[in-house]
Design a protein around this ligand. Sequence first.
Ligand code: NAP
Length: 341
Amino acid sequence: MVTQGTAAVRVGVIGVGVIGGDHIRRLLHAVTGATVVAVADADGARAQAVAEEFSIPRTHASGAELIADPEVDAILVASWGGTHEEYVVAAIAAGKPVFCEKPLATTSQACLNILAAEVAAGRRLVQVGFMRQYDPSYRAVKAELASGRLGAPLLAHCIHRNSSVTHSWSSEMMLNDACMHEFNIVPWLLEDDVVATQVLHPRPNSDAPAGLADPLLVLMHLRGGAIADVEVTMNGHYGYDVRAEVVGERGTVALPDPAAPLVRFEGTRSAHVALDWRERFETAYDIEMQEWVDAVVAGTSTGPSAWEGYVATAGAEAAVASLSSGALEPVDVIERPALYS
Ligand code: NAP
């Protein structure tokens, strides 16, 4: 709970790597109503360096210590996925709002443990970092679908292309990490649940690290009968490219290409393609962080919930099962607790 009368929400950040550092910069320079007062990271030297870079007053030896700090009002978790459960559950136990980067947790059982803690607390404290819900172009597509004039959605065609990845990437990570975003955004756009999924893999790109099934084609079957196909590519070479088109009964709606000047030069017509996710979704991350801070100040929770985190992880888990079996795998989830209705 934010202390009454404080000028700004005092945020403590756990995990100050790539996105943790970006969020700190955002909270300090792009967002109003928040400040960062403490950091913690498994790499203590990195935490210290980030604290010095941003003039953050305290560096804690552990995430648990940061969560217990009475000068910290709200927690931002940006360590790797396998650590999220512990920190999110501890933040809930401390009664502090917590923004958790995706995935909420790496297994559906860990997500269920978080849901149980939040349900026991009796109020929503968790927001998951599904930033696409804040991207203006995704919001425009959702508004068009909500207008109803296209009729019921029948199909969605999605693309999630990266330029290249390091050798540490596995085929499972393509589902758990990259396609995790589509396991959230497809149900959000279509306002429906993914009930089964199947993963197909064509001939792998010879430029991909050995053993990486790149690209993948992920089929998502929704409860109402719509089907989404998602191409997940890790070595697309030309840039970072996220697309979506929803086919309705009377028309279609697609994400526009991000605004970039059209250049005509020496016999070509060209436009810049984003190089990575940071560039493509910069505005979305800024809006996401502002709306989280605003909700914390208001004592509410408005963003992607722990429930959404759970069902996305369950979807990715079923996709990983399909990667081995080749079969259409069910996405089994519990009945939605009333807290998330
Ligand atoms: P990263 O650069 O590796 O940063 C993670 C940091 O957390 C590292 O400094 C790491 O230290 C530290 N850490 C590891 N275990 C820890 C623990 N138990 N307690 C505290 N700190 C710990 O990773 P990243 O790319 O920023 O990703 C972090 C999270 O954000 C992941 O869950 C990722 O999926 C998510 N993410 C989301 C988006 C999005 O679009 N929403 C984009 C990027 C990342 P070591 O290096 O010593 O392990």
